[in-house]
Design a protein around this ligand. Sequence first.
Ligand SMILES: [Zn+2]
Length: 206
Amino acid sequence: MAKSTVERMLAGFKSFKAMYYEQRPERVEDLVNMGQKPEVLLIACSDSRVDPAILTNAEPGEMFVIRNVANLVPPYEPDENYHGTSSAIEFAVRDLKVKDIVILGHSACGGMQALVEHGEAGKVPDRDFIGEWVSMAKCCLVHGPDVDKVSRHSIRNSLQNLMSFPFIRERVEAGDLNLHGWWYGMKEGVLWRFDAERDEFVQGEE
Ligand SMILES: [Zn+2]
């Protein structure tokens, strides 16, 4: 009988263990004994096709990763609500003192599709959470209805929202923290990067 995905994942853990614990035990020892010191905070979509570590060939300990629907950064709103994304951002910037924040979006994003279809209403029929979540980027709908285009504008919007966090703005202005917007075109296998001076996305990994 064919193996289920979960069964293959258990086998995958064995090969991970062989690679890191048997071939390079000193690296794991450092991560355990010295704690994590990632230099990069990466904010990506939960989409199963865009795993940040696979896309960037990153090693354990290199990136602190937040994944949520449509890789969105909310504005700075310290109130009594449950802020999963903002608390992870706070920890990465204030405690881990990352040097770079990368927002990684992608083509054909289901969350962005929901934004385009229901963001204005702020409610997806028969769903409890997603409509309100994606509506935080509804200002990007003026660039619609092309989902990929709205998706790229939402990265620009999220970069602006990052700057609404006082502890981020302070470190960016001091030159201690750099913000990046990346967008992955899945079909072509191309990475676009936001060029703040030109205020547009440019192609290429160099
Ligand atoms: Zn997505």
